[in-house]
Design a protein around this ligand. Structure first.
Ligand SMILES: Nc1ncnc2c1ncn2[C@@H]1O[C@H](COP(=O)(O)OP(=O)(O)OP(=O)(O)O)[C@@H](O)[C@H]1O
Length: 296
């Protein structure tokens, strides 16, 4: 097999976006606006699990397609809400990123994916942005907000018109870099301000119903700081992207269960040390891991 074919086989899954449970218009946007014909393996693993509503920790190398892995399921949910959401409902999803560059990159992808879902409004707040313009945009309402931690915290504290009572998703993209850059304190404060995971949300016919918040953490590396953030932000998360070989050889003391078709094994690892390719990563006690089998 040629090297190029081998690389394609390593990165891409042999399924299509629509088979992962995504709406056909969204699949069209992925193809037409981004040129994505097939999902990467990380996308194929993550999208169905995120659609199911579980908290997820994705540990996969840079460039494996993590951005669309979390954006597509969120857009999928939001576009299906009836009646349609609008600006007045405030922010439903918050994407935290380490840098202004990544903020703009994620925002650009969002703009493309939302081309045919005009009622879902993307926006950003970040360093170097115009604060009063940001305030005005937040006042008008942003459905999916991409933000760097310091600037988000500033708006949470000082922009009273920033409506986030319907917040349903918090995503930590490049969590390792967010923490490396020293935003740990800001993140804890943000989580404190955003409060309870049980949120009131508008349902069909505009009645208010309780919906649980879903948190997602994506990181190319796992270390103690990421472990701490996992503990404080995720509830019994599904782990995606950890190689089977990273699990202990002796699986006699672990429990296997089956979930939906793609989610292959359920493993309980109280305090298991994984030797990751980067640094040792101590899993939080009582964390339920769900190892997701790669689709090849
Ligand atoms: N399904 C796909 N088909 C084709 N190209 C894709 C697909 N998914 C992602 N890409 C492209 O692969 C590149 C890497 O994707 P992305 O930035 O989402 O990776 P990542 O895992 O989030 O990396 P990072 O850790 O740097 O954020 C981008 O140029 C993106 O456009």
């Amino acid at each position: 097999m040629s090297k190029k074919k081998e690389t394609v086989k390593e990165i891409f899954a042999s399924c299509c976006f629509s088979s992962l449970g995504l709406d056909s218009t969204l699949c069209d946007q992925l193809r037409e606006r981004l040129g994505f014909e097939a999902p990467t393996k990380v996308q194929a693993q993550a999208i169905p699990v995120i659609l199911s509503g579980r908290d997820v920790l994705v540990n996969a190398a840079t460039g494996t397609g993590k951005t669309v892995a979390y954006l597509a399921p969120i857009i999928n949910h939001l576009q299906s809400y009836s009646p349609r959401i609008d600006r007045s409902s405030g922010t439903f999803a918050l994407v935290l990123v380490p840098t202004s560059e990544l903020c703009l990159l994620v925002y650009e992808i969002l703009q493309k994916l939302l081309h045919r879902f005009r009622w879902i409004v993307p926006g950003y707040v970040m360093g170097g942005g115009n604060r009063s313009k940001e305030k005005a945009r937040l006042r008008k309402g942003i459905s999916i907000l991409v933000a760097t931690p310091g600037h988000l915290l500033d708006h949470l504290k000082h922009t009273s018109s920033f409506l986030h009572t319907n917040l349903r998703w918090i995503i930590f993209d490049e969590a390792d870099r967010i923490l490396e850059l020293g935003f740990g304190k800001e993140i804890e404060e943000i989580l404190d301000i955003l409060g309870s995971r049980n949120i009131a949300s508008i349902g069909e016919g505009n009645e208010v119903s309780n919906v649980k918040r879903q948190n997602l953490l994506l990181s190319a590396t796992l270390n103690e700081k990421v472990n701490h953030l996992t503990k404080i932000s995720l509830e019994t998360p599904v782990l995606i992207g950890l190689d089977e070989k990273k699990f202990p050889e002796d699986k006699s003391n672990v429990h296997f269960g089956s979930l939906e078709s793609d989610v292959k094994e359920e493993v309980e690892h109280p305090n298991t040390t994984l030797s990751s390719s980067t640094e040792d990563f101590m899993l939080p006690a009582k964390l339920v891991q769900r190892y997701v089998k790669g689709i090849s």
